[in-house]
Design a protein around this ligand. Structure first.
Ligand code: TXA
Ligand code: MG
Length: 316
């Protein structure tokens, strides 16, 4: 009698995946696990379906979406792949890598998906559920992270419902994701140069030793969605904390135990996998503030620190 919309959550088995495919065909929204975070999928060839993603997330319309495909062959229908881009796809797909390449004039994607840009972001994910879904439908899937815009990304089905319950048609529950932070985004320019737009699970051409970066890897432009405040738990966040005040929920790393630890053994990969779960726990905790221990900047630690800096930036 409450009139509140609720979103169905089903196991990501064959029946669940088939149901998701039908909802997507008819232009609906389904949250789907990938190896990085849960994505909020809709058919990328439909303006109405893409509009639903922006509405459900409260996402600004200038922030384009990643288009998920089965493989490089399907990706080539939507984007122009230079030899450099093709080599990256060949080496890292399926996997947590998104390639931003020139959008093909005949791509047939909804304009809202690329937010009017001449480029398109493409990714072939490695998760068995997302892969099975992409095999069953004959269109690509636009899928941002399945959270309200600016809020903490989801690494399990419950995290999706924490901010999107009642706003989407279905959640496919495939358990916790493994990589834990969003894909590495590389823009491949017409001249073959490569810019890292977002650090992620894959370190490509980026050497952290001595702060040196790959010769051609310069962050000249930003992914439009890489806003200063993002991944925000809704309370003040203090970074590099070596102790916590009584009113702070403490997220630890290594020797710093905290109320919740990213990785007791000091492993950055485990910390990436647990990052958003710890932030969700901190958001739910009674303490009004959050303190987070220092995380080293090596490997996927760069992506963790990128997300933590944005989580600590108050919304404008
Ligand atoms: O791991 C991931 O990438 C997840 C899963 C679901 O695949 N998706 C994800 O989507 O993180 P989202 O929407 O949360 O982040 C996509 C980022 C945004 O920062 C957006 O601005 C950027 O990709 N992006 C999309 N298209 C772009 C383009 N043509 N040029 C530059 N940046 C683009
Ligand atoms: Mg996101």
């Amino acid at each position: 009698m409450s009139g509140k919309n609720v979103t169905d959550m089903v196991l990501a088995d064959a029946a669940g995946i088939a149901r998701a495919a039908r909802i997507l065909e008819s232009g609906g929204l389904v949250a789907v696990p990938t190896e990085t975070v849960y994505g909020l999928a809709a058919r990328a060839d439909s303006a109405e379906a893409a509009a639903k993603i922006y509405a459900a997330k409260g996402r600004p319309d200038f922030n384009p979406l990643i288009v998920h495909v089965r493989d490089a062959e399907q990706a080539a229908r939507y984007g122009s792949f230079s030899p450099e881009a093709a080599a990256l796809a060949q080496q890292y797909w399926p996997g947590p890598l998104t390639l931003v390449v020139p959008r093909r004039a005949d791509a047939g994607l909804a304009d809202a998906v690329t937010a009017g840009l001449p480029t398109v972001a493409l990714r072939a994910p490695a998760h068995p559920v997302m892969s099975a879904l992409l095999e069953q439908v004959d269109f690509p899937l636009a899928a941002p992270s399945a959270n309200r815009s600016g809020f903490i990304s989801p690494t399990c089905a419950a995290h999706v419902l924490a901010s999107l319950d009642g706003r989407i048609d279905l959640v496919l529950d495939g358990g916790p994701t493994t990589a834990g932070v969003e894909s590495t985004i590389l823009a491949v320019r017409a001249d073959g140069s490569i810019d890292e737009l977002r650090p992620g699970p894959l370190q490509i051409g980026h050497r952290t030793a001595g702060g040196e970066t790959g010769a051609r890897l310069e962050a000249r432009i930003q992914a439009p969605g890489q806003l200063a405040s993002h991944y925000a738990p809704g309370k003040p966040v203090r970074l590099e904390a070596t102790s916590a005040e009584p009113d702070e929920f403490w997220i630890g790393f290594g020797a710093v135990q905290g109320d919740c630890t990213l990785s007791a053994s000091g492993d950055v990969n485990e910390a990436a996998a647990r990052l958003y779960a710890c932030l969700h726990e901190a958001a739910r905790a009674p303490q009004p503030r959050i303190a987070i221990a220092q995380v080293p900047d090596n490997g996927v630690g760069r992506a963790i620190n990128d997300r933590l800096r944005r989580a600590a930036t108050p919304p404008a």
